[in-house]
Design a protein around this ligand. Sequence first.
Ligand code: HEC
Length: 250
Amino acid sequence: MTTTGALRVCVSAGEPSGDRHAAALLQALQERRPDVQVEGVGGERMAAAGASLLERIESLSAMGFAEPLTRLVGHASVLRRLRTRFLERQYDLVILVDYPGFNLQVARAAAAANIPTLYYVAPQAWAWGLGRADRLRRTVQGLAVIPEEFPVNPVPADEVSLQRGAILYGIHCQMCHGAQGHGDGPLATYFDRTPQNLTSPHVTAEFDGLVYLTLAQGFGQMPALAENLTPRERWDVVNYVRTLPFGSGE
Ligand code: HEC
Protein backbone atom coordinates (compact mmCIF):
# COMPACT_ATOMS: atom_id res chain seq x y z
CA MET A 1 0.00 0.00 0.00
CA THR A 2 1.21 3.50 -0.77
CA THR A 3 2.50 5.56 2.12
CA THR A 4 2.72 8.81 0.17
CA GLY A 5 -0.39 10.70 -0.91
CA ALA A 6 -3.86 10.19 0.42
CA LEU A 7 -5.11 6.68 0.96
CA ARG A 8 -8.12 6.17 -1.29
CA VAL A 9 -10.61 3.59 -0.20
CA CYS A 10 -13.93 2.42 -1.59
CA VAL A 11 -16.29 0.85 0.95
CA SER A 12 -19.31 -1.22 -0.03
CA ALA A 13 -22.00 -1.89 2.58
CA GLY A 14 -25.33 -3.19 1.44
CA GLU A 15 -27.71 -2.88 4.36
CA PRO A 16 -28.24 -0.90 7.58
CA SER A 17 -26.21 -3.25 9.81
CA GLY A 18 -23.31 -3.08 7.36
CA ASP A 19 -23.67 0.69 7.27
CA ARG A 20 -23.11 0.80 11.05
CA HIS A 21 -20.15 -1.56 10.96
CA ALA A 22 -18.64 0.37 8.05
CA ALA A 23 -19.01 3.64 9.96
CA ALA A 24 -17.23 2.20 13.02
CA LEU A 25 -14.52 0.82 10.76
CA LEU A 26 -14.06 4.20 9.06
CA GLN A 27 -13.64 5.93 12.38
CA ALA A 28 -10.93 3.52 13.41
CA LEU A 29 -9.27 3.90 10.01
CA GLN A 30 -9.36 7.70 10.22
CA GLU A 31 -7.63 7.59 13.59
CA ARG A 32 -4.75 5.68 12.04
CA ARG A 33 -4.75 7.38 8.63
CA PRO A 34 -6.22 10.89 8.91
CA ASP A 35 -5.51 11.38 5.19
CA VAL A 36 -7.88 8.59 4.16
CA GLN A 37 -10.46 9.48 1.49
CA VAL A 38 -13.48 7.24 1.45
CA GLU A 39 -16.17 6.77 -1.15
CA GLY A 40 -18.64 3.99 -1.55
CA VAL A 41 -22.02 2.39 -1.22
CA GLY A 42 -23.64 2.92 2.15
CA GLY A 43 -26.16 4.75 4.27
CA GLU A 44 -26.46 7.64 6.63
CA ARG A 45 -24.02 6.38 9.23
CA MET A 46 -21.26 5.90 6.70
CA ALA A 47 -21.92 9.38 5.33
CA ALA A 48 -21.82 10.80 8.85
CA ALA A 49 -18.45 9.11 9.37
CA GLY A 50 -17.10 11.06 6.41
CA ALA A 51 -17.62 8.80 3.39
CA SER A 52 -18.97 10.36 0.23
CA LEU A 53 -21.68 8.10 -1.08
CA LEU A 54 -21.63 7.05 -4.72
CA GLU A 55 -24.72 4.94 -4.17
CA ARG A 56 -27.09 4.67 -1.25
CA ILE A 57 -28.09 1.32 0.20
CA GLU A 58 -31.69 2.19 -0.58
CA SER A 59 -30.87 1.83 -4.26
CA LEU A 60 -29.93 -1.79 -3.57
CA SER A 61 -32.92 -2.71 -1.45
CA ALA A 62 -35.29 -0.84 -3.79
CA MET A 63 -34.59 -3.62 -6.25
CA GLY A 64 -36.39 -6.01 -3.99
CA PHE A 65 -33.59 -8.19 -2.66
CA ALA A 66 -34.69 -8.63 0.90
CA GLU A 67 -32.51 -11.68 1.52
CA PRO A 68 -28.83 -10.83 1.24
CA LEU A 69 -27.60 -14.41 1.07
CA THR A 70 -29.78 -15.38 -1.88
CA ARG A 71 -28.38 -16.01 -5.31
CA LEU A 72 -26.68 -13.18 -7.05
CA VAL A 73 -29.10 -11.91 -9.57
CA GLY A 74 -29.28 -8.15 -9.86
CA HIS A 75 -27.96 -5.03 -8.39
CA ALA A 76 -26.70 -4.77 -11.91
CA SER A 77 -26.76 -1.06 -12.50
CA VAL A 78 -25.05 -0.21 -9.22
CA LEU A 79 -22.45 -2.81 -10.03
CA ARG A 80 -21.90 -1.45 -13.52
CA ARG A 81 -21.27 2.04 -12.14
CA LEU A 82 -18.85 0.69 -9.54
CA ARG A 83 -16.96 -1.26 -12.17
CA THR A 84 -16.44 1.89 -14.24
CA ARG A 85 -15.39 3.75 -11.13
CA PHE A 86 -12.83 1.07 -10.24
CA LEU A 87 -11.29 1.30 -13.70
CA GLU A 88 -11.20 5.11 -13.57
CA ARG A 89 -10.08 5.91 -10.09
CA GLN A 90 -7.60 3.30 -9.00
CA TYR A 91 -8.48 3.07 -5.36
CA ASP A 92 -5.76 1.77 -3.08
CA LEU A 93 -8.20 -0.58 -1.42
CA VAL A 94 -11.78 -1.80 -1.65
CA ILE A 95 -13.46 -2.80 1.64
CA LEU A 96 -16.55 -4.98 1.43
CA VAL A 97 -18.79 -5.09 4.46
CA ASP A 98 -20.89 -8.22 4.77
CA TYR A 99 -23.82 -8.57 2.28
CA PRO A 100 -22.11 -11.36 0.34
CA GLY A 101 -24.63 -11.71 -2.50
CA PHE A 102 -23.75 -8.30 -3.81
CA ASN A 103 -20.30 -7.79 -2.39
CA LEU A 104 -18.77 -10.90 -3.93
CA GLN A 105 -19.61 -9.38 -7.28
CA VAL A 106 -18.02 -6.13 -6.20
CA ALA A 107 -14.95 -8.14 -5.12
CA ARG A 108 -14.64 -9.62 -8.58
CA ALA A 109 -14.99 -6.19 -10.19
CA ALA A 110 -12.22 -4.89 -7.93
CA ALA A 111 -10.03 -7.87 -8.74
CA ALA A 112 -10.53 -7.19 -12.44
CA ALA A 113 -9.24 -3.65 -11.89
CA ASN A 114 -6.30 -4.93 -9.83
CA ILE A 115 -7.43 -3.32 -6.61
CA PRO A 116 -6.80 -5.27 -3.41
CA THR A 117 -9.89 -6.07 -1.38
CA LEU A 118 -10.60 -6.61 2.28
CA TYR A 119 -13.76 -8.44 3.15
CA TYR A 120 -15.23 -7.54 6.53
CA VAL A 121 -17.80 -10.21 7.13
CA ALA A 122 -20.43 -10.91 9.80
CA PRO A 123 -19.93 -14.02 11.94
CA GLN A 124 -23.11 -15.68 10.61
CA ALA A 125 -21.99 -15.31 7.00
CA TRP A 126 -18.56 -16.55 8.00
CA ALA A 127 -20.02 -19.64 9.64
CA TRP A 128 -22.41 -20.18 6.77
CA GLY A 129 -19.95 -19.64 3.98
CA LEU A 130 -17.32 -22.34 4.47
CA GLY A 131 -18.07 -23.87 1.08
CA ARG A 132 -17.67 -20.50 -0.40
CA ALA A 133 -14.50 -19.60 1.46
CA ASP A 134 -12.26 -21.08 -1.21
CA ARG A 135 -13.85 -18.98 -3.86
CA LEU A 136 -13.55 -16.03 -1.55
CA ARG A 137 -9.87 -16.54 -0.97
CA ARG A 138 -9.25 -16.44 -4.68
CA THR A 139 -10.93 -13.05 -4.97
CA VAL A 140 -10.15 -11.15 -1.79
CA GLN A 141 -6.77 -10.46 -0.20
CA GLY A 142 -7.88 -9.91 3.36
CA LEU A 143 -10.65 -11.30 5.48
CA ALA A 144 -11.77 -10.06 8.89
CA VAL A 145 -14.76 -11.06 10.96
CA ILE A 146 -16.93 -8.23 12.28
CA PRO A 147 -17.06 -8.16 16.07
CA GLU A 148 -20.69 -8.93 16.69
CA GLU A 149 -21.09 -6.82 19.79
CA PHE A 150 -21.62 -3.12 19.91
CA PRO A 151 -19.36 -1.34 22.39
CA VAL A 152 -20.38 -2.31 25.91
CA ASN A 153 -20.98 0.46 28.40
CA PRO A 154 -17.99 0.32 30.78
CA VAL A 155 -19.16 3.23 32.97
CA PRO A 156 -21.46 2.43 35.88
CA ALA A 157 -24.45 4.78 36.14
CA ASP A 158 -23.40 6.08 39.56
CA GLU A 159 -24.00 9.53 40.97
CA VAL A 160 -20.82 10.98 39.51
CA SER A 161 -21.58 9.69 36.01
CA LEU A 162 -25.19 10.87 36.12
CA GLN A 163 -24.18 14.32 37.34
CA ARG A 164 -21.62 14.70 34.60
CA GLY A 165 -24.11 13.32 32.09
CA ALA A 166 -26.73 15.87 33.15
CA ILE A 167 -24.30 18.78 32.68
CA LEU A 168 -23.07 17.48 29.32
CA TYR A 169 -26.63 16.86 28.18
CA GLY A 170 -27.49 20.47 29.01
CA ILE A 171 -24.57 21.68 26.89
CA HIS A 172 -24.64 19.28 23.95
CA CYS A 173 -28.13 17.83 23.54
CA GLN A 174 -30.77 20.00 25.15
CA MET A 175 -30.83 22.64 22.41
CA CYS A 176 -32.21 20.04 20.00
CA HIS A 177 -33.67 17.25 22.13
CA GLY A 178 -35.18 19.48 24.85
CA ALA A 179 -34.66 19.61 28.61
CA GLN A 180 -36.72 16.46 29.18
CA GLY A 181 -35.46 14.68 26.05
CA HIS A 182 -38.77 14.97 24.23
CA GLY A 183 -37.24 16.21 21.01
CA ASP A 184 -38.57 19.73 21.42
CA GLY A 185 -35.49 21.89 22.07
CA PRO A 186 -35.30 25.43 20.65
CA LEU A 187 -33.37 24.25 17.57
CA ALA A 188 -35.80 21.40 16.80
CA THR A 189 -37.77 23.49 14.34
CA TYR A 190 -34.73 23.87 12.08
CA PHE A 191 -34.76 20.19 11.13
CA ASP A 192 -37.17 18.57 8.73
CA ARG A 193 -36.65 15.32 10.59
CA THR A 194 -37.27 16.37 14.17
CA PRO A 195 -34.79 15.31 16.85
CA GLN A 196 -35.84 12.03 18.42
CA ASN A 197 -37.84 11.88 21.60
CA LEU A 198 -35.11 10.19 23.65
CA THR A 199 -37.65 8.81 26.12
CA SER A 200 -39.65 6.94 23.46
CA PRO A 201 -39.50 3.14 23.40
CA HIS A 202 -37.82 3.35 19.99
CA VAL A 203 -34.73 4.84 21.63
CA THR A 204 -34.93 3.30 25.11
CA ALA A 205 -35.01 -0.17 23.51
CA GLU A 206 -31.69 0.45 21.72
CA PHE A 207 -28.46 -0.89 23.18
CA ASP A 208 -26.32 1.61 25.04
CA GLY A 209 -23.68 0.83 22.42
CA LEU A 210 -25.87 1.98 19.55
CA VAL A 211 -26.75 5.24 21.28
CA TYR A 212 -23.05 5.71 22.00
CA LEU A 213 -22.21 5.26 18.32
CA THR A 214 -24.98 7.69 17.39
CA LEU A 215 -23.34 10.34 19.57
CA ALA A 216 -19.91 9.70 18.10
CA GLN A 217 -20.88 9.42 14.45
CA GLY A 218 -24.09 11.41 14.20
CA PHE A 219 -27.08 9.99 12.47
CA GLY A 220 -29.00 11.42 9.54
CA GLN A 221 -29.53 15.07 10.38
CA MET A 222 -27.98 14.76 13.81
CA PRO A 223 -24.39 16.03 13.83
CA ALA A 224 -21.50 13.80 14.94
CA LEU A 225 -20.31 14.82 18.40
CA ALA A 226 -17.07 12.81 18.55
CA GLU A 227 -15.06 16.03 18.72
CA ASN A 228 -17.25 17.52 21.45
CA LEU A 229 -17.40 14.56 23.81
CA THR A 230 -14.66 12.19 24.93
CA PRO A 231 -15.62 8.48 25.02
CA ARG A 232 -16.06 8.64 28.81
CA GLU A 233 -18.31 11.70 28.44
CA ARG A 234 -20.41 9.94 25.80
CA TRP A 235 -21.08 7.10 28.24
CA ASP A 236 -21.99 9.62 30.95
CA VAL A 237 -24.54 11.15 28.57
CA VAL A 238 -25.91 7.70 27.66
CA ASN A 239 -26.28 6.90 31.37
CA TYR A 240 -28.07 10.20 31.97
CA VAL A 241 -30.42 9.82 28.98
CA ARG A 242 -31.48 6.44 30.41
CA THR A 243 -32.84 8.21 33.51
CA LEU A 244 -35.13 10.63 31.63
CA PRO A 245 -38.73 9.67 32.40
CA PHE A 246 -41.00 8.75 29.51
CA GLY A 247 -42.97 11.66 28.10
CA SER A 248 -44.61 12.35 24.79
CA GLY A 249 -43.38 15.95 24.47
CA GLU A 250 -45.44 18.53 22.61
C1 HEC B 1 -28.07 20.05 16.43
C2 HEC B 1 -29.17 19.25 16.92
C3 HEC B 1 -28.85 17.98 17.70
C4 HEC B 1 -27.99 17.85 18.76
C5 HEC B 1 -27.06 18.88 19.34
C6 HEC B 1 -28.13 16.47 19.20
N1 HEC B 1 -29.04 15.81 18.42
FE1 HEC B 1 -29.60 13.86 18.61
N2 HEC B 1 -30.73 14.01 16.93
C7 HEC B 1 -30.95 15.18 16.23
C8 HEC B 1 -31.80 14.89 15.10
C9 HEC B 1 -32.29 15.92 14.08
C10 HEC B 1 -32.08 13.51 15.14
C11 HEC B 1 -32.90 12.71 14.14
C12 HEC B 1 -31.97 12.35 13.00
C13 HEC B 1 -32.68 11.81 11.79
O1 HEC B 1 -33.63 11.05 11.98
O2 HEC B 1 -32.24 12.16 10.68
C14 HEC B 1 -31.40 12.98 16.32
C15 HEC B 1 -31.40 11.65 16.70
C16 HEC B 1 -30.87 11.17 17.90
C17 HEC B 1 -30.97 9.81 18.37
C18 HEC B 1 -31.73 8.68 17.71
C19 HEC B 1 -30.96 7.81 16.80
C20 HEC B 1 -31.78 6.59 16.39
O3 HEC B 1 -31.19 5.53 16.36
O4 HEC B 1 -32.99 6.72 16.12
C21 HEC B 1 -30.36 9.75 19.59
C22 HEC B 1 -30.22 8.54 20.50
C23 HEC B 1 -29.84 11.08 19.85
N3 HEC B 1 -30.17 11.90 18.79
C24 HEC B 1 -29.17 11.44 21.01
C25 HEC B 1 -28.55 12.68 21.21
C26 HEC B 1 -27.80 13.03 22.39
C27 HEC B 1 -27.68 12.17 23.64
C28 HEC B 1 -27.27 14.26 22.16
C29 HEC B 1 -26.31 15.04 23.02
C30 HEC B 1 -25.04 14.43 23.29
C31 HEC B 1 -27.74 14.71 20.85
N4 HEC B 1 -28.51 13.73 20.31
C32 HEC B 1 -27.45 15.95 20.28
C33 HEC B 1 -30.45 16.43 16.53
C34 HEC B 1 -29.50 16.70 17.49
